[in-house]
Structure formats: C-alpha cells, structure tokens
Write a protein that binds this ligand. Structure first.
Ligand SMILES: [Fe+2]
Ligand SMILES: [Fe+2]
Length: 413
C-alpha cells in the first residue's frame, strides 16, 4: 500500500531514542523530523503540517505526556504515539485513559513492531484525510480505536488465498455455544435456501459461506463489546439496534435476490453491508455518548433524519464514523462504501446496486416495525427505486412476509 506524505515528528532524547529511531527508519521513505525538547516540538508543530507525533515519555525539560496533552488540545488532528518503558505503567494508563496518546510503543521495542505501528498510524491518517477537520479532531479524541474481536481474527486465520480450513473454523466456532446456535438458525432459515435440516456447524459453514459467517461474528462481537460499556441512552436501545441491523441485512439480501436470483456473491454482499450499515451508531454511543444522546433528542424534536442531527451536533454522522471504522479494520471496500452512503445512495460513484438495496432495506426495516433505533421518520422513497426492486403492487407484501419468516426462525435462538 502506498504510504501518504504525512510528516512524522519524533521527540526524544538525542543520545538514546532519536539515534535508534533514525537508524531504524533510515530505509523508509517517510518524511521525519527529530526534536529533543517539548518546546522544539511545539515550534515545529506551529510551522509545519505534522500528521503524526511520536514522543518518548522522557524528554528534556518536560515529560512526553505533558507534550501529548498539549498537542491533543492545540492540534487535535495530529495522531499521537507514546514511547515508554516498563517503568512507565502509570503514565501509560493515564495517557490512554485521558486520550493523550492513541498508541503506545513499548521500550525496548521490537523493530518490526515499531514500524508496523507507524505504518498503521499512517494508514489511519490517510483515511482521516478523506474526511473534514472536524471529523479528524473528533476521531482523534478517542483513546484507542476498537480492535477486531479475537474470534473474528481466529476464524479469519482459517482462510488462506486458495483454501478455507473448514474443520479448524468449525472447531473454533464450536467453542462458542451461543454463536454455534445462531449460525445453525441462520443456516436453517429460508434466506439461505436450504431444503434439508442443517444440524452441525460444518454444514452451516458450507451453507452460509465464510464471508457471511465472519460478518455475523463481527457484528455480534462489536455489539457485545458496546453492550457492556455504555449506560442507557434515551432513544437508543441495543436490542432494537440488533433487530434493525439483522432485518436490514435480510431485506437487503432478498432485494438483491429479486434482481439476481443466481448471484449468491452479490446477495451476500448486500447481507453483510446491511448487517453492518449502522455500526457507526455503536461508535457514537460508546465514545460520544453525550453528543449522540443530544443528536437523538434533536432528531426526535425537530423531526429530522438522525444523520442530519448528528452532523449538526457532533460535526459528523454515524455513516462517517462507521465507514472509518470499517476502513480501519481493513474490511472489504464495498462495506465501508455502503456504510458511508446508506442514507444518500444517489451520490454513489460506482456499483449502486448493493447501496440502493441497503438504503431501501434500512427504510423498510423501520416500516415493517423492526427497531426504531433513533430513526423514526417515515421517508419518501423514490418511485424508480420502488420499481427497480419490484416493490410496487404485491411485491412489498411478499417481501414483508419473507422477511418475517426469516425473523421467526431466528427468534427461536
Ligand atoms: Fe443509518
Ligand atoms: Fe439503519
């Protein structure tokens, strides 16, 4: 992947840290500058467009944490990384909980690990540059972006370029009783067109396909991680959120099926993007609770779409937060794209079919009564889209019955 032309500023003691970092990075094409005090760092930041700051916890005159805190306040768009040794445990906790640093590089570092952290921060910066200043400041106020769930990474590890280790994948999934039961229900639902009963996880993996399975693991794990960590928010309820995401996925798949009955890949894409389309709301609920609650209230009072209220109050909408997270996790591009455009599909430059299906499914999920999820407005859907997916006449009724049938099977979980 091409790295951006982001400038990196290193602050640290000349003799120890800076020399070692210089040597480590001499073959990289990054534009770096080195300073040895907090004052020098702030001087450079005032003059030059720095994208990334890496500071040692120990720098002459002041400490690295104080510098990070200052930079967070004055230059919130700069990504901040702290280099610290084992003795600095308290400092690390403070730097992370206060959101002064977004990443930590432990000392002594492993060269490869050091470079990977810088690479990943640069990728993060490139992604951020696609969004506005306000977004960058907001996202950089989060201490650490959520990591991919462990079982997701384990299951991903069973997939190589030319084969999938179904045995190993089934063994990993079988350890999780709730997940096993959920996947069996999905595999037995009419949505995946199975005529015979699927009674073991291996068969379920074959019926569902690995893409669907890992997207279900991801959405469940992310909801779980948020479930344990947020106090209730008026107008946003996690069960409603899950129901809404699941029905949007089901309806989106059925809509694509009505156009391309034999194209399983496209149907799966619609399902996956539908399942994850509102994931940005979880980011908003977890990290920007107060503003998100205000946006929900504003949307309800003003009778305006939630994403418009979020932009007015937080400066960014759940569509941007979600697509950023999908990019950060390196999920396939169509997922980030659909998340970003699911409220304005008409602006999609390419492949609008999945985006249109998710847009419509999102609206229909509310209309069919599955989870209000902060978005209560009955919106007008363009007639041409209605016609495109055969929803005029009896089409809508048939779709609703099909979606309800699938939901009934899943509710037995
Ligand atoms: Fe949405
Ligand atoms: Fe939605």
């Amino acid at each position: 992947m091409t790295e951006p032309t982001t400038k990196i500023l290193f602050a640290g003691d000349e003799k120890i840290t800076a020399t070692a970092v210089r040597r480590l990075l001499e073959n990289e094409e990054w534009e770096c500058c080195f300073v040895h005090s907090a004052d020098q760092a702030l001087e450079i930041l005032a003059k030059e467009p720095i994208g990334l700051l890496v500071t040692d916890a120990v720098i002459p005159e002041t400490d690295g944490i104080a510098l990070l805190s200052e930079v967070k306040q004055r230059y919130p768009n700069v990504i901040r990384i702290l280099l610290t040794g084992p003795a600095g445990h308290e400092q690390v906790t403070r730097a992370l909980t206060e959101g002064y640093a977004q990443q930590i590089i432990p000392k002594p570092w492993i060269d490869q690990e050091f470079k990977e952290i810088i690479h990943s921060a640069l990728r993060q910066k490139t992604q951020q540059q696609k969004y506005g200043q306000k977004f960058q400041a907001l996202i950089n106020s989060i201490p650490l972006l959520p990591a991919l769930p462990e079982n997701y990474s384990q299951v991903q590890g069973c997939i190589s370029a030319d084969e999938v280790d179904i045995e190993k994948m089934a063994a990993i999934i079988s350890l999780d009783v709730a997940l096993t039961s959920t996947l069996l229900h999905w595999a037995n639902s009419a949505l995946f067109g199975q005529r015979f009963r699927v009674d073991c996880i291996k068969k379920a993996l074959v019926v569902l396909g690995t893409d669907i399975v890992i997207s279900l693991i991801l959405s469940e794990a992310v909801s779980q991680s948020v479930a344990g960590s947020i106090p209730p928010i008026d107008g946003f309820e996690l069960n409603n959120f899950k129901n809404h995401s699941i029905t949007t996925a089901i309806i989106a798949r059925l809509l694509i099926k009505s156009l391309h009955s034999a194209d399983n890949e496209q149907q799966d894409r619609a399902f996956i993007a539908g399942l994850l389309h509102d994931i940005g709301k979880l980011v908003a609920a977890k990290y920007f609770r107060v503003q998100f609650a205000a946006a929900l209230k504003h949307a309800a009072q003003q009778d305006c779409p939630l994403h418009a209220a979020e932009t007015e109050i937080m400066g960014v909408a759940h569509t941007e937060l979600g697509s950023y997270l999908a990019e950060w996790w390196a999920l396939p591009h169509f997922i980030a794209n659909t998340i970003q455009l699911h409220h304005r599909p008409e602006t999609s430059p390419v492949e609008p079919e999945v985006i249109n299906a998710v847009y419509l499914a999102n609206q229909l999920s509310y209309r069919f009564g599955y989870g209000c999820n902060g978005e209560k407005i009955e919106r007008q859907i363009e007639q041409k889209l209605w016609d495109r997916f055969y929803l005029s006449g009896e089409g809508l009724e048939i779709l609703q019955i099909e979606a309800e049938t699938v939901m009934q099977v899943l509710c037995e979980v």
